[in-house]
Design a protein around this ligand. Sequence first.
Ligand code: GTP
Length: 598
Amino acid sequence: MANQNIRNFSIIAHIDHGKSTIADRLIERTGTLTKREMEDQVLDSMDIERERGITIKSQTVRLHYKASDGEEYELNLIDTPGHVDFTYEVSRSLAACEGALLVVDAAQGVEAQTLANVYMALENDLEIIPVINKIDLPSADPERVKKEIEDVIGLDTSNAIECSAKTGQGIDEILEAIVTDIPAPEGDAAAPLRALIFDSYFDSYKGVIAHIRVKEGRIKKGQRLKMMATGKVFEVTDVGCFRPQPVDLGTLAAGEVGFVAGSLKDVRDVRVGDTITTAEKGAAEPLPGYRGVNPMVYCGLYPVESSDYDNLKDALEKLQLNDAALVFEPETSVALGFGFRCGFLGLLHMDVVQERLEREYHLKLITTAPTVIYHVYKTDGTMLKVSNPSELPPPTEIEHIEEPYVKATVIVPSDYVGAVMEISQDKRGEFKGMDYLDTNRVMITYHIPLNEIIFDYFDRLKSATRGYASLDYELADYKESKLVKVDILLNGDPVDALSTIVHKDRAASRGRQLAAKLKEIIPQQMFEIPIQAAIGSKVIARENVRARRKDVLAKCYGGDISRKRKLLEKQKEGKKRMKAVGSVEVPQEAFMAILKID
Ligand code: GTP
């Protein structure tokens, strides 16, 4: 199809404002799928989604639409992931488009992720079509929301579309606006090939499949292509589009969106943001904007049963097949034995990986508290990146430590400004600014250590604002902080997996709180267990877990052996998630205790 009849677009929205529902309506209205297929497709996509995990965050689909001007158009809808962990993937998906539908809930208005996404769309020079969704709701106030979009984002809303994905109202107008307002793609099909990768997934038959936007040139089956960042060369076996199943077309030209597959076995060869060109006579320069994946949050994963170590390794390798952002390396802990230190894009990514290891691979794991990456400048002039508190060098070798800060944007009703400021201040936040979106809603920005965000910041915001706060954040920079390591000793022995890095001014209170929390969590055992918190050799807090008075077996009167066995069995059951650390049985929860103190 000629480029003037192609439109490439995304839908951007705050979570729950109706992105998926609108996408479904567009698919249905263009007859891309019948109602029956639609139902199958929904099931299918959930399957695939599950199989692919969260690396496959976006679904791309090609729609055919006959517009009111009588012409046939090819509309490529590129879905974007909806979570702050995947901001970079969103930016690359947007870079594959010429326009975006900006969906805003008519009852809720502009939220933190709406803004973050719009700014990214504007950076990519996209034409933005404002869509006010859910106008069927009694609380809908489209005029207020339009004014908010004008005031806050500075977008003209005179052509905004009022729609209800629920009733179908406004869907035809959206399709027409895509055709009339979003520019057709440009790009010379005769130039050397440059195609942008905006997503990828692993298929057990075809290998790695890259989602691509061809910017210049043409891809053909059988061609030898090269990834410009990784240098990987491969031969094209399949090239085509998603409808929404992959359909082999044999070729894709400048302006088009689709997929390419070839002799690619490793997702790490297929990086989001990389440029594909031909192996011979390729493009001189890659497309702008490529960035490697950088984990932001790390934690230790240890099997409860040490015999599961190899199973854990296999499982991580399998997950990595489909998740280039997951990194791991073997790690040994004095307390927990052999395990892995794993890096993730953010907390959601971490949760999903942990859940999959436990549910799909049936592994019982001990997970240590998540940490950020600290830059430790040593007195010998070197810099060490530390993602495991127990690896922090002794204070005498440290010149200073820097930690990552994020720029956090919070949007709340004005009644809650005080609460947001109090929590942010408490989280070591630096106030950066406050703007009224309208008479009733306020946008507040803070610079806050990422470390404090991963410790329950959003949970506290939500509960203090009765769920009204929306939050978005992006990495700002590294800044010097006075940080120290607090160690925990159980029964006199330091437990490396319980060490944490905290701000000096809070170290003493955190140490006390942590010792108190551990006292609640660690069950009584046959002997008394002292719990100490220490900075260096200085003990800053002490608690005791008193010895248990009665032994379970005492009830057995010594005689009945089968009853005794049963009791022992039961006790073992209860210990499932216990790890023997020295002579002390420590439950999984203890390693997360630091996250549970206020
Ligand atoms: P995530 O997938 O979580 O990012 O959300 P989303 O933006 O894709 O929103 P989704 O389409 O899942 O819709 C969120 C909720 O709003 C669902 O319960 C929808 O049924 C509902 N919803 C979507 N559009 C409308 C609408 O026009 N009117 C009403 N009343 N509800 C809607």
